[in-house]
Design a protein. Structure first.
Length: 345
């Protein structure tokens, strides 16, 4: 029934930083938004995986925690009163007889809109689990103990002995960050050289000097877990030659990246390349008119996967959407310094 379908100007799929900024940009053009996200809170990976991780490339913020960035983006979007549908996945996208789009969610919600903005990051994501027998027993054991694939609060690991596994930026960043609170950190990598940014590797090496809080365990890889009803007691690591070593610890933090897939988005008839949605860069419109995509889910030539790139794409998409949602209405656009923002101080 039509009266049971929510009506809005734009549906934004994804409540990560780029999706939240899209709400602001659309709101500045007086376009109303409904926002869908499979997570139970806004913020995407910034909120779910690393809220206390510092970000250094947000304009005007030399350093800002990921969680704080999300809070500020939510506050920025709040004056435009977006309606959030959290804990729901966008499952179906269909064209309507009136030229608009209908988006359905896994919770049975249906929303009609003039345009859809896909800001779903890399799609549905989850951590790559190391293939260790019995690892499930230690997952979710409690703050600071057991196996964790993300760090919500650094202070949960205060005074703990940790094994961090991985050779990329995530493993190095968290080794550096947690070195300030943990009792000791074993950093396990299967190669002597690490894949992180040179500056990050240099910071880690400084902390791994004799007497430092980090001990490099290379070249080793995860081999097994020790523990029982009392919890995780140690991590067994092994060389390629089969030599083993047991690292006594309170917690294992494996950082082997995220497994991601587009989920239902892959079946919506959009042109894809390299598991990303292809768009026209100036407008961020996909191969289907009225459907736009921004952020990490987007592919075009020389695309930079940065939050600030996604912010610019959000602004471009908003201006391209306005004539679709307000057909025949001339856009009298003004800078925010001239027009102001409702509810802003």
């Amino acid at each position: 029934m039509t009266d049971r379908i929510a009506q809005t100007d734009v549906v934004v799929i994804g409540a990560g930083p780029v999706g939240l900024f899209a709400v602001f940009e659309l709101g500045m053009l007086k376009l109303r938004c409904h926002v869908i996200d499979s997570l139970d809170r806004p913020g995407g990976q910034c909120a779910a995986l690393y809220p206390e991780k510092p970000i250094y490339d947000i304009p005007a913020y030399p350093r800002i925690l990921a969680g704080e960035l999300v809070e500020r983006l939510l506050a920025q979007a709040a004056p435009f009163e977006p309606i959030y549908h959290l804990g729901q996945q966008a499952t179906a996208l269909t064209g309507r007889d009136d030229g608009r789009w209908s988006v359905e969610t896994s919770a049975g919600t249906e929303i009609a809109a003039h345009a859809v903005v896909i800001a779903a990051g890399a799609g549905a994501f989850g951590p790559n689990r190391p293939p260790l027998e019995g690892i499930e027993r230690f997952e979710g054991a409690g703050p600071g103990v057991g196996v964790h694939y993300m760090v919500r609060r650094r202070d949960d690991f205060r005074g703990r002995t940790l094994v961090i596994a991985g050779g990329g930026d995530s493993a190095l960043d968290w080794a550096i960050s947690l070195a300030g609170v943990a009792k000791k950190i074993y950093l396990v990598h299967r190669r002597p050289r690490f894949r992180g940014a040179p500056e990050t590797v240099s910071q880690m090496e400084a902390l791994a000097r004799p007497g430092g809080p980090i001990e490099k365990v290379v070249p080793y890889q995860l081999y097994g877990l020790k523990g029982g009803e009392g919890g995780l007691g140690g991590v067994v690591v092994a060389t390629l030659q089969g030599e083993t070593r047991t690292l006594e610890c309170d917690a294992l933090l494996p950082f082997f990246g995220l497994s991601a897939n587009l989920g239902p988005i892959a079946d919506w008839g959009l042109e894809l390349e390299k598991h990303r949605v292809t768009v026209e860069p100036a407008s961020c419109q996909t191969s289907v008119p009225g459907i736009f995509a921004i952020g990490d889910i987007v592919h075009y030539d020389r695309k930079l996967k940065l939050i600030l790139t996604g912010f610019a794409e959000a602004a471009s998409a908003a201006h391209a959407i306005h004539p679709l949602a307000r057909s025949g209405e001339e856009l009298h656009w003004e800078y925010s310094t001239t027009r102001g923002v409702p509810g802003a101080v």
